[in-house]
Design a protein around this ligand. Structure first.
Ligand SMILES: NC(=O)c1ccc[n+]([C@@H]2O[C@H](COP(=O)([O-])OP(=O)(O)OC[C@H]3O[C@@H](n4cnc5c(N)ncnc54)[C@H](OP(=O)(O)O)[C@@H]3O)[C@@H](O)[C@H]2O)c1
Length: 77
């Protein structure tokens, strides 16, 4: 079984999503973090970058269905 190295988390600015981001960063994975509160994502990314392989952040409201594929595409790239 292969271990996924690139992980996108929506709702990463608090709670379960933030906890998952910390867990995966500690395992050296590459993370894409999305939520509406970009200031919180930026702070979290700064904290996680020393351990994670890569951290990208993007502001996203998942209720904006047009924005979801656009932002996911940018985070993938
Ligand atoms: N089934 C269970 O046993 C169980 C247990 C625990 C939690 N839950 C559920 O799991 C969910 C997460 O819980 P939590 O404690 O982690 O909550 P939380 O601390 O309130 O975190 C919610 C996350 O979702 C993001 N979010 C909310 N609306 C969003 C939107 N429209 N677009 C993008 N991001 C959005 C928030 O980011 P921004 O505000 O920055 O956008 C935040 O990062 C909740 O729905 C909770 O009810 C279920």
């Amino acid at each position: 079984m292969t271990t996924r190295q690139k992980i996108l988390i929506t709702g990463a600015s608090s709670g379960l999503g933030e906890g998952m981001a910390r867990r995966y960063a500690a395992q050296g994975r590459s993370l894409a973090l999305a939520a509406r509160r970009i200031d919180r994502l930026d702070e979290l990314a700064d904290e996680l970058r020393p351990a994670a392989a890569q951290v990208a952040v993007a502001e996203l409201d998942v209720a904006d269905t047009d924005a979801v594929p656009v932002v996911f595409g940018k985070l993938r790239d």
